[in-house]
Design a protein around this ligand. Structure first.
Ligand SMILES: [Zn+2]
Length: 349
């Protein structure tokens, strides 16, 4: 046995001080409920908990403009406020956002440094909607994009793959890497839905053409079509791209029980999809897989599904507590999306 831990997870109580206001779905309670579930499940015996460092302003600038970073700092320092209709900050939000990004940087350092193989970042605020010059959709800094850029600039990686199974399209992540062939971005999401992007014809720009893959699934899409998408495209595309690091925007609003979205994944679906990604990471990049929390608004469903993801990453087994998967509501339309995405991906070779 080597001294390399199978999996760790990053968390800090500071993330709960990022307050979004009364009745906001992206609320601090998401984290303690999930932590409880992790601890009750026994999965923490296999995945050690760690506190992350803060990202520096220079590291946030790998993705965001200095002007926007300063705006976030100023709004937080003034006691809080809103960046747009649904993106709110409290006094601690800037510090929480620096630390959330820091969890991704520590993950990159730990994975590439041989300290551990996989990491789950249990962080708030989430990140995948954040654009270089603008926060939106509950997101301040694009944590996963900062992690990927850090891996490429500081660690000299040449290929990073980002899979995004949050029910919303990760418009920020897509935009940041849209013309970059070094990052393969694959998103499976509900469409039409917030933020309105992620259609089939969005496949990248310039040299990045073919390095963005979108599955704009109809509301009601369930496990069998996510599985088909993984088997037909996500995993083969990953093997062809051969990433040196695999990253996951892990949103749990694609769960059947979610309050904001209408997809039909269950706890066991997330375990199944995690197993696919662990297999891909084993085949391509010595098992290295870094996941970070995005959305998820049914606290119990989210907590149980994070447990299944972390269990999959740590190679542990936790019994399922929820209902078995339900079939997709519009199987023909979900199937057509997979056919079209598969056709485009095959032709981009
Ligand atoms: Zn979401």
């Amino acid at each position: 046995m080597s001294g390399v831990a199978e999996a760790v997870f990053f968390y800090d109580p500071l993330f709960e001080q990022h307050e979004t206001g009364f009745g906001h779905p992206e609320r601090p309670e998401r984290l303690p409920v999930t932590l409880n579930a992790l601890s009750e499940s026994g999965v923490l015996d296999s995945a050690e908990a760690r506190q992350p460092r803060d990202a520096t302003v220079e590291e946030i600038e790998l993705v965001h403009t200095a002007k926007y970073i300063e705006l976030v700092r100023r709004v937080a320092d003034s006691g809080g406020g809103n960046l747009d209709m649904d993106t709110a900050l409290s006094g601690a939000s800037y510090r929480a956002a620096l630390r959330a990004a820091g969890a991704l940087l520590d993950s990159v350092d730990g994975c590439l440094g041989g300290d551990f193989k996989r990491s789950f970042c249990l962080v708030r605020p989430p990140g995948h909607h954040a654009l270089p010059g603008r926060g939106m959709g509950f997101c301040l800094f694009n944590n996963i994009a900062i992690g990927a850029r850090y891996a490429m600039s500081k660690k000299k990686l040449k290929r990073v793959m980002i899979v995004d199974w949050d029910a919303h399209h990760g418009n920020g992540t897509q935009e940041i890497f849209y013309d970059d062939p070094a990052v393969l971005y694959v998103s499976l999401h509900q469409y039409p839905h917030y933020p309105g992007t992620g259609w089939l014809d969005e496949t990248g720009r310039g040299k990045g053409k073919g390095y963005t893959i979108n599955f704009p699934f109809p509301a009601g899409t369930g496990e069998e079509h996510y599985t088909q998408a993984f088997e037909r495209v996500v995993i083969p595309a990953g093997r062809r791209f051969a990433p040196e690091l695999l990253m996951l925007s892990a949103g749990y609003d694609s769960h059947d029980g979610d309050l904001l979205c209408s997809m039909r994944l269950t706890d066991s679906s997330y375990r199944k999809l995690t197993d696919y990604l662990v297999g891909l990471a084993d085949a391509c990049c010595e098992g290295m897989l870094i996941a970070t929390l995005e959305g998820g608004y049914n606290l119990e469903a989210e907590a149980r599904s994070v447990v299944q993801t972390v269990a999959g990453m740590a190679g542990a087994d936790v019994p399922f507590k929820d209902d078995p998967p339900r079939p997709s509501a519009y199987p023909d339309r979900a199937g057509e999306v997979i056919e079209e995405t598969a056709r485009q991906w095959t032709e981009s070779a």
